[in-house]
Ligand binder design. Sequence first.
Ligand code: HH2
Length: 287
Amino acid sequence: MTPSSADTGFVPTLRCGRFELALDRPLVMGVLNVTEDSFSDGGRWLDPAAAVAQARRMIDEGADLIDIGAESTRPGAPPVPAEVEAERLLPVLRALADCGRPLSVDTRKPEVMRAVLATGLADMINDVAGFGTADAVDAVRDARAACCVMHMQGDPLTMQHAPAYRDVVAEVRRSLAARASALQHAGVDRARIVVDPGIGFGKTLEHNLALIARLPELLGDGLPVLIGVSRKSMIGAITGRDVEHRLPGSLAAMLASVARGARIVRVHDVAATRDAIAVWAAIDAAI
Ligand code: HH2
């Protein structure tokens, strides 16, 4: 069951750059990694023409948004210089200007945020570091883009060394609420903010499972929740499957999240995700 807006008090629409997104059904965000080394598809979409074709394929399959990233955040990933990141992102953004879907940019560097926002084509900034610096907040405050505030303990180089929490759900919730209020304090409209518990970012399998199982607690602050479980190592840990064979497990975790109130799901396999949500929604509507 999806908690209604009356139950949770969250904002039913998201202001997202050139778009206003109704959050009355789960939205599918297709992942486009313009990288050499992403954990599941590194190198496949590094060529701008291949990246644009993949984005258009995901749109044909029913993606509601496209999330474009040019730096892998898998555990241990080496940082990509800001200029390289921007050089990878800008041609793809420009080529997708007329694609009819909001374009999200997955970056944690304020200079990259500024470069993509200057084009007017970045409808969301997805910061896996959760806008934790004054510079990142400053980069987005006067824009129209939505802000996805993700929780990460540590940074990608070291985050999986020994993640530790007393109560992971309470701590993630508190941290996301604090970052969201810092953004609002700086002038970002609340209707531009989504939060994400950051599955796999400085978390053990048990932490990830608790965050999904207790996702309704994250809705308590009234902000829409985005979640990414697609192909992640938690799916591999449970099923024993390598990264190419994690779709069934990913769909199960995605549906468990949607059933607990997630409003945007970040996925690599758009068509399969749309089908799974359609079946879940049909059953949910029959109650
Ligand atoms: N996961 C990844 C990257 N960005 N952003 C948000 N908001 N939530 C997530 O769960 C999330 C994210 C990791 O997945 P992927 O982009 O496929 O891999 P890589 O970081 O190796 O490029």
